[in-house]
Design a protein around this ligand. Structure first.
Ligand SMILES: Cc1cc2nc3c(=O)[nH]c(=O)nc-3n(C[C@H](O)[C@H](O)[C@H](O)COP(=O)(O)OP(=O)(O)OC[C@H]3O[C@@H](n4cnc5c(N)ncnc54)[C@H](O)[C@@H]3O)c2cc1C
Length: 289
């Protein structure tokens, strides 16, 4: 299967990338790891006239944070770089674990965090954990830059608030006050299978009392879904096994999963119930984020 013809640019810096994107607008597509874009082009789901590769923008690969400051993950950081980052393993283990458990080694080697976000598919594994940790993203164009809470970025399947002339440059994760977070997912195989359902959780515990909780579901709606009713079940309460089961039921009820070849609506709802209970239990046990 061959790629259709296109013009190819690999600009040396971000300002030239933005200028090219401004010039070609909706006729162009940004190329990051290419794991999704090239597949879609081969199947002619996308036929861009121009490809703008970000491969020379090495500054967008950085993962860094100063003590007590926000964590900055460059949009071109690959899933393997996120999984293997000692900074993330030490301070934001739930993000590195989410990256480690997705896709397969070949895809993780090429696929970037920026592509995983902009692609905007409901089963994407990184947005849920980033949303529960309160992440924001930076979008840059020739007109300047803006910061958008990741929770407000998604509008539906392949639909986001990014404009044709904007490039996602970094993900900003605030320094955490949560006491535990995790993302767990269920796929049909251990490697290389998209999530049939996934649940990300961040909690703040004070003894046995849950002071705050954020729960975001993957593959449960056309976009990453905040399970607010499930959150309300546990916030302010002493956590018991029965309460976690109730929260799981609430998450299942508020989810809107589709039926597909990988799983029916009813099956996905039941997975969401179980995964929510397990994710809450795991996050509450954790003494790190
Ligand atoms: C076999 C296989 C298994 C997979 N398994 C999983 C999985 O388990 N979990 C999962 O979440 N995903 C999975 N994926 C999907 C995919 O690999 C990921 O979403 C990946 O992170 C996409 O990143 P990329 O850098 O390859 O994006 P690309 O393919 O380069 O780009 C994807 C889209 O985002 C746009 N884009 C990319 N970067 C930017 C940017 N910085 N600014 C603006 N626009 C940008 C591109 O124009 C394109 O429209 C799988 C894919 C395959 C082929």
């Amino acid at each position: 299967m061959y790629l259709p013809d296109f013009d190819y640019y690999a600009p040396p810096d971000l300002s030239e990338a933005c200028r090219l994107l401004r010039e070609f607008g909706s006729r162009a597509k940004i190329l990051a790891g290419g794991t999704d874009l090239l597949h879609k082009m081969k199947h002619e789901e996308f036929t861009p006239e121009v490809i703008i590769s970000l491969k020379n923008l090495s500054a967008l690969r950085e993962i860094r944070s100063e003590p007590g400051q926000d964590l900055l993950i460059g949009a071109l950081a690959t899933q393997n770089e996120i999984a293997n980052s000692s900074l993330l393993q030490e301070k934001y283990r739930s993000i590195s674990e989410a990256a480690w458990n997705m896709a397969n080694n070949q895809i993780r080697h090429m696929g970037t965090i920026g592509g995983n976000i902009v692609n905007a598919v409901p089963s994407a594994d990184l947005p849920p954990i980033l949303i529960v940790l309160g992440a924001r993203i930076t979008l840059v164009s020739t007109e300047g830059e803006r910061t958008v809470p990741l929770e407000e970025f998604f509008l539906g399947v392949h639909k986001t608030v990014i404009r044709d002339d904007e490039i996602l440059t970094q993900v900003i994760v605030p320094a955490q006050t949560t006491t535990g977070s995790t993302y767990i997912r269920f796929g049909l195989r251990k490697s290389g299978a998209l999530a049939i359902a996934g649940v990300a959780v961040a909690v703040t515990m004070e003894g046995e009392i849950c002071r705050s909780a954020r729960i975001v579901l993957a593959a449960a709606a056309p976009l990453p879904l905040r399970a607010r009713q499930a959150e309300q079940v546990i916030v302010g309460q002493r956590v018991t096994p029965g309460l976690l089961e109730q929260a799981g039921l609430a998450a299942a009820q508020e989810s809107r999963p589709r039926s597909s070849i990988r799983g029916s609506t009813e099956y996905r709802r039941d997975l969401i119930r179980v995964l929510t209970r397990r994710a809450l239990h795991k996050a509450i046990q954790k003494e790190h984020i």
